[in-house]
Write a protein that binds this ligand. Structure first.
Ligand SMILES: Cc1ncc(COP(=O)(O)O)c(C=O)c1O
Length: 381
């Protein structure tokens, strides 16, 4: 045993960690969290106090700051305390969790919903569970990391298909036979483009495959509808447009019962904090109301001012080179506009970009400032 205060024994692991970090630094890819003084879009960098307008959050409707959502979280703390204390299937479940699942199901127009602690955990849970019976999992090449990790953990062969290519999916399903499964983001997180969910659902219906769609960034309606005979499970997050924290899966009751009894990322983790669940339910009430429709309209108008007709609030400005992306982000920051540079490994080499995300919480003047700063820096949208 090492006496308290004595020097630690030399460890090969220290060298491994240091060398690994050094390699990240040498590649100019070291990242560290930056604290913002407040969660609203008009905020400040805590370290320097510089006021900034953030175009970097996924709080697309500004609901993290909504009075009714904040009040619901506070009331849930008064009713239930700060943590759930245990997994849902042990003693972690509260009426606020079950009510939220019912509210999500009615909002999404499905039979049932299951709550997970994050969208990440929801993808892991649904893909690993359904993957037990899948002859093959087809996954879009630009799917989110949580889908990729779900496929890696699933005990089924995974075939990555070309971005938004339903014909390639059909080929793989035809060759694999049996019960196939297809997984796709419905809105891609780094490009803001939409998956061809109508065609994907048609292929799945024809081949008897299960379609899993990740709607994490689906805040504005997708223009395509699904084939009526397609079996589909939809994953969502409570952490972006819903302004809280958590994830969910919706679909037929039998699938939800299966997830509750088989998904390890549901079973072996503590239930969502009651405040997050209550905030999410209140936020869904807002989204599902005339106020929510007005917020979406406002978001749509902001997007159209930046890139007319773009289908989502994620607006990528691809600059290619990593250093150019960092320089562009730095130039905007000097003008008080916060837009992150997204670089490999998050996006493919040569496609580094600015990722502008727009919120209904932005004012028209905020959008003016963004457009002015981009123009001033010589950045074409
Ligand atoms: C497409 C997509 N799916 C899932 C997630 C995970 O959601 P959460 O942040 O709730 O874990 C994210 C983002 O984080 C995402 O962009």
């Amino acid at each position: 045993m090492v006496a308290e205060g004595s020097a630690r024994p030399a460890s090969g692991w220290d060298d491994i960690a240091t060398a690994a970090v050094d390699a990240v630094v040498a590649a100019n890819r070291l990242r560290q969290p930056r604290d913002l003084a407040a969660g609203s879009v008009r905020t400040a960098l805590s370290q320097t106090g510089q006021p900034v307008v953030s175009f970097a959050s996924n709080d697309y409707l500004g609901l993290t700051q909504h009075p009714a959502v904040r009040a619901a979280a506070r009331a849930a703390i008064d009713d239930y305390g700060t943590g759930a204390g245990s997994a849902r299937l042990i003693v972690g479940s509260r009426p606020v969790h079950s009510r939220l699942e019912e509210r999500i199901a009615s909002w999404r127009g499905t039979e049932a919903a299951v709550l997970f602690t994050t969208g990440y955990a929801a993808n892991l849970g649904v893909i690993t569970t359904m993957g037990r019976w899948a002859s093959v999992i087809c996954s879009d090449e630009l799917n989110h990391a949580s889908i990729i990790d779900g496929c890696r953990l699933a005990r089924a062969p995974t075939q990555v298909f070309g971005h938004c290519d339903p014909a390639a999916v059909d080929d793989v399903l035809a060759r694999a036979g049996g019960a196939g499964m297809v997984v796709s983001d419905s809105v891609f997180s780094m490009d803001g483009d939409l998956a061809p969910i109508g065609d994907l659902s048609e292929v799945c219906a024809a081949r008897g495959a299960l379609l899993v769609l990740d709607d994490a960034h689906l805040v504005l309606d997708h223009p395509e509808s699904l084939h009526p005979h397609c079996r589909v499970l939809r994953v969502g997050t409570l952490s972006k447009a819903v302004g809280a924290l958590g994830g969910f899966v919706t679909g037929p009751r039998a699938f939800m019962d299966l997830l509750v009894n088989a998904a390890r990322s549901y079973i072996f983790t503590t239930a969502t904090a009651p405040a997050s669940a209550a905030a999410a339910a209140a936020a869904i009430d807002v989204i599902d109301s005339a106020e929510g429709a007005a917020l979406k309209k406002r978001l749509r108008a902001h997007i159209d001012r930046i890139r007319p007709g773009h289908p989502s609030p994620i607006i990528p400005i691809v600059v290619g080179d990593e250093d150019r992306a960092l320089a562009a982000s730095g130039a905007l920051q000097q003008q008080g506009i916060l837009v992150p540079a997204i670089r490999p490994p998050t996006v493919p080499v040569g496609t580094s970009r600015l990722r502008v995300t727009v919120s209904a919480a932005h004012s028209d003047a905020d959008i003016d400032r963004l457009l002015g700063a981009l123009r001033h820096s010589g950045i074409d949208v």
